[in-house]
Design a protein around this ligand. Structure first.
Ligand code: NAD
Length: 264
């Protein structure tokens, strides 16, 4: 399973080479090492960003691949490389196109631990904690009901389960496939903020600002294929629960850091 990548859409617009070197070049090195060592199966972390601004929503895997930022383009390039290798070698893969992964382990054992996380939910919760002075909303004039971008937030445990199911499918059938991972409905930035305020009980400051380069107005998954082919069933399709697990994780992380003695 190949997860490693540079993943920030906005940064990819500013630093395209970083994204092509890390996500394309370095993945080519990995694929080359796999070929040399006769590793014949791969689960690849792809993304909804491969679709750009899809015309039909929810978006299915058959939709045109028209990324609007270098991050999405880097993932499309590797999907193409994988298809070309699979066409001529004894090599099979499943590319999982994740939508917006969020939340922490439902038993609060693991979660995101780095400071400069840019994901909306993590950022909102860190703002609620006072780690950031305010949360920025990038763009309020998108063609969506409340003007902010809509995303399909999927709980990290459901993404993990999709990988286990996809691996079972790959090993059992030795067939290549590409599957979306999402719930099939989305929430706007404003809806996420309202839910984060409700879960935390903190009315954290928010500032509306200009659009960020490279953001698609609405990305919602059609995950029929993943469900039908692998038997995947989401367990945590509940925004409030997703945010609650992320909040519990933030509280635990804070406590752990507080209890740490210097040098640990
Ligand atoms: N989080 C999401 O919402 C989301 C959505 C779609 C796709 N994805 C994909 O899922 C994968 C995992 O993303 P994530 O959300 O866990 O991001 P993340 O930034 O938390 O994890 C990526 C990890 O890869 C590591 N990494 C990057 N380049 C590396 C390299 N050259 N060598 C070794 N390690 C390297 C980073 O240090 C980081 O730990 C990525 O491929 C990303 O494109 C994530």
């Amino acid at each position: 399973m190949h997860f490693a990548a540079s993943i920030q859409v906005g940064e990819s617009v500013q630093e395209p080479l970083k994204y092509y070197i890390n996500n394309v070049s370095n993945t080519l090195n990995l694929l080359s090492a796999m070929e040399k060592n006769e590793v014949k199966n791969l689960i690849y972390s792809s993304t909804a960003a491969v679709y750009g601004m899809p015309e039909t929503m929810p978006v299915a895997e058959s939709a045109p691949l028209e990324p609007i930022n270098p991050y999405g383009a880097s993932k499309v390039m590797i999907e193409k490389v994988l298809a070309d290798i699979a066409a001529v070698r004894d090599f099979k893969y499943v590319a999982l196109r994740y939508f917006n992964v969020a939340g922490a382990d439902s038993q609060v054992r693991i979660g995101q631990a780095y400071r400069d996380a840019t994901h909306l939910i993590t950022r909102a919760l860190k703002t609620a904690h006072g780690e950031f002075a305010k949360l920025f909303v990038y763009g309020t004039d998108y063609p969506t009901p409340d003007g902010t971008c809509i995303r399909d937030y999927i709980h990290v445990d459901d993404i993990a389960d999709a990988h286990i199911k996809a691996l079972g499918y790959l090993l059992d059938t030795q067939k290549t496939n590409i599957m979306n991972c999402g719930y099939g409905h989305g929430f706007s930035v404003r809806e996420v903020i309202a839910t984060a305020r409700k879960v935390t009980g903190i009315d954290f400051p928010v500032e509306e600002t200009d659009r960020r380069a490279g953001d698609s107005p609405r990305l919602v998954a059609d995950s029929t294929k993943l469900r039908q082919i692998t038997g995947w069933q989401p367990r945590y399709d509940d925004l409030e629960f997703i945010i609650k697990t992320a909040w519990d994780w933030e509280l635990k992380l804070r406590q752990t850091l507080k209890n740490r003695t210097p040098g640990q």
